[in-house]
Ligand binder design. Structure first.
Ligand code: PLP
Length: 255
């Protein structure tokens, strides 16, 4: 009897093509930037999203946490909704790793509006308030039952962020699912967000792996990858094989 396990998209098994890719993947030392498979995956993802660089990590929790850490300083405030994975399911990481406070927004199945964001930004002149620094959006929304965002609203949120000097991060663990439904393209999301976390291990079916892509605007003076790379190393997330991720991107997504 064949049993289909629908508890989570994280329980998928690697396909025969992924197992083959793992066997045949060219390997090298990723810390020296010498793993051709990792390099190819990162270059492909960065190009697809129109971002400057990308960083391969073992998990979506790590890519989210690195992004928050790169965008903020201790004492800054992150704006998101209460059920956001970055707040609810990452072990208090944004508070512990980055020393940030959090402001929750009212949301419809995890989705809020640009007006909600503007209303949540603290007055920069008030020294007694935390420094609003980063907005995090999740697409699809895990606790929203897979709800997808209207990209137009995220563009309005980006405009609000630009007007107030905030960064915008997308927890796109399942962004490829959203793109399969609404027909949007990676480059559109890349143009709207300063950084994007994509999980290869969710709807795309690879057993592990996530990629963080970053934009030039993130840190014009230095390569965003260099900062993220340092943080990944500090968390012990280096030296991974990316062969399965390539198969996931080539065969398991429509965007
Ligand atoms: C929306 C969202 N972001 C991030 C993650 C974290 O992914 P990982 O399990 O690879 O750390 C998950 C995991 O289910 C998720 O649902």
């Amino acid at each position: 009897m064949r049993i289909v396990d629908l508890r989570s998209d994280t329980v998928t098994q690697p396909t025969p093509a992924m197992r083959e890719a793992m066997l045949r993947a060219q390997l090298g030392d990723d810390v020296f930037g010498e793993d051709p498979t990792v390099n190819a995956l990162e270059e492909r993802m960065a190009a697809q999203f129109g971002h400057e660089a990308a960083l391969f990590c073992p998990s979506g929790t790590m890519t989210n946490q690195i992004a928050i850490n790169v965008h903020t300083r201790p004492g800054d405030e992150v704006i998101c909704e209460e059920g956001a994975h970055v707040y609810r399911y990452e072990g208090g990481g944004m508070m512990a790793n980055s020393g940030c406070s959090v402001k929750h927004l009212p949301a419809d199945r995890g989705r809020f509006t640009a007006a909600d964001v503007v209303a949540a930004i603290n007055d920069r002149g008030a020294a007694y308030l935390a420094n609003s620094k980063l907005v995090v959006i999740e697409n699809t929304v895990n606790r929203g039952g897979g709800a997808i965002w209207d990209i137009a609203e995220t563009e309005r949120i980006r405009s609000a962020c630009d007007a107030h000097g905030l960064a915008l991060h997308l927890d796109g663990a399942r962004l490829f699912n959203a793109m399969a439904v609404d027909g949007t393209k990676p480059a559109q999301w890349g143009a709207t967000f300063h950084s994007i976390s994509i999980c290869l291990s969710k709807g795309l079916g690879a057993p592990v792996g996530s990629v963080l892509t970053g934009s030039r605007e993130l840190h014009p003076s230095s390569a965003p990858r260099a900062q993220a790379f340092r943080r990944r190393h500090a968390a012990g997330g280096h030296s991974l094989a990316a062969g399965r991720g390539r198969i996931a991107l080539e065969h398991h997504c429509t965007a």
